[in-house]
Design a protein around this ligand. Structure first.
Ligand SMILES: Cc1ncc(COP(=O)(O)O)c(C=O)c1O
Length: 409
């Protein structure tokens, strides 16, 4: 058999909609040695992680922990644990990830109602209110920041509305958490899931989640215990959550005081998730969001300075990603390829109705930095020019530097 060399990834600056380059502190944390599942040092690291993510989610929810898997695992865990077959679930759809929520809810055998707006807009709370009154759902499930369109759905009004109508609210904050304001408790969001690979500056593979006491009550009504773990005389629920791996009721026993064995915790990802949250808590949550706002604004000004047109309702754009229309006559994939091959910079393509029409450029996590923004704008200017699209010389960098003012000089 032939030998295989060590894999040395090429140097890349990841300026797409995620994943981004991980913070070196997170990479160092991941290289620490493994310890046993019930070692007191391990359970302490789990407890630390729960406390750290309470700060990041702005919640006092006891049920705040990690789902092992990428962000999608967190979504599935929340939905399969909250939804019982036949439940009505209302989903505001404003991009690809709303459609994902819809698909997962359908797989849970929910009756799914949607209120949909064109990509590039957010959903008006009045539309959701009307749909709640009409369909009487058990759960409203929405995305906060949908990377497919760059839009950030305001959630405070939806939370208030859901609480008034006694409806549970779930939010996927994978792409927005840490880069845009999110307050689980103040906004009455009952179930939330995230991922590490966007504004949290880590690799994909762990999904922080939090559940309000209301959500926990709904979930634990269907709590079951694996036959091999039942104590003598103990019985288990008749109607089980339909996934074992994503059974949040079981996971609560694993992360809670009972430490009832479930899966083998993904230890290196726990180290990563703990470090991601530790960085944010050390830097300050508000300061981290402000950093994303500043670099997002500089990138927005920069692409406008290059004469590019921005996609969607900019007043509802996430801080951490901007969509730009691919100029007439420029082959979008070829230009992206040149950015990657010649400059080592990755920007994002688009999905569905936007495929071939817009690029998505991120400024998030470890890459929400002045040098990353300026380098990307300089390279983009060159690539656009070489692809037959003249841009104002230095226009991107000048506009970004204007946003940074004296801080970037
Ligand atoms: C809003 C949103 N939700 C879910 C996901 C899916 O995340 P993952 O690929 O980590 O499962 C993404 C990834 O881009 C996302 O942006």
């Amino acid at each position: 058999m032939s030998t295989f060399a060590t894999f040395n990834p090429p140097p890349r600056l990841l300026m797409g909609p995620g994943p981004i380059n991980a913070d070196p502190r997170v990479l160092r944390a991941m290289s620490a040695q493994l310890i046993g599942q019930f070692d007191p040092a391990m359970t302490q690291a789990m407890n630390d992680t729960m406390a750290l993510y309470r700060a990041v989610f702005a919640t006092v929810n006891e049920a705040t922990f990690l789902i092992d898997g990428t962000a999608r695992a967190g979504i599935e865990a929340a939905l399969v644990s909250l939804i019982e077959p036949g439940d009505t679930v209302l989903i505001p759809v404003f991009g690809r990830f709303g459609h994902l929520l819809r698909e997962i809810a359908e797989r849970c055998d929910a009756t799914v109602e949607i209120c949909e707006v064109p990509w590039g807009q957010v959903v008006d709370p009045a539309m959701v209110e009307e749909a709640i009154r009409r369909t009487r759902p058990k759960l409203v499930a929405t995305v906060q920041g949908d990377t497919s369109t760059t839009m950030c759905q305001p959630l405070a009004d939806l939370g208030r509305l859901c609480r008034e109508q006694d409806v549970l609210l779930y939010a996927d904050v994978t792409a927005s958490l840490g880069g845009n304001t999110f307050e689980a408790d103040a906004w009455h969001v009952d179930a939330v899931s995230a991922g590490l690979q966007k504004c949290l500056a880590g690799p994909s593979g762990s999904a922080p989640v939090t559940f309000s006491p209301r959500a926990v009550e709904v979930i634990t009504r269907r709590k079951s215990i694996e036959a091999g773990l039942l104590a003598d005389g103990e019985t288990t629920a008749a109607t089980r959550i339909r996934s074992n791996y994503f059974d949040v009721a079981m996971l609560l026993d694993y992360w809670g005081e009972r430490r009832l064995n479930h899966h083998t915790e993904a230890t290196s990802m726990l180290y990563a998730a703990r470090e991601c949250a530790r960085i944010i808590v050390e830097d300050g949550l508000d300061e981290t969001i402000e950093r994303h706002r500043l670099h997002g604004e500089a990138m927005l000004a920069g692409v406008l300075g290059l004469g590019l047109a921005v996609f969607g309702d900019v007043s509802h754009k996430m801080n951490n990603v901007v969509g730009v229309h691919i100029p007439e006559g420029v082959d979008g994939d070829r230009a992206r390829g040149e950015l990657l091959e010649q400059f080592g910079i990755e920007i994002g393509t688009s999905f569905g109705p936007l495929h071939g029409k817009i690029w998505r450029i991120g400024t998030m996590g470890y890459n929400a930095r002045t040098d990353a923004v300026l380098t990307t704008l300089a390279a983009l200017e060159q690539v656009l020019r070489r692809n037959g699209h003249p841009t104002p010389q230095g226009g991107g960098i000048d506009a970004a530097l204007e946003v940074y003012g004296s801080t970037a000089s």
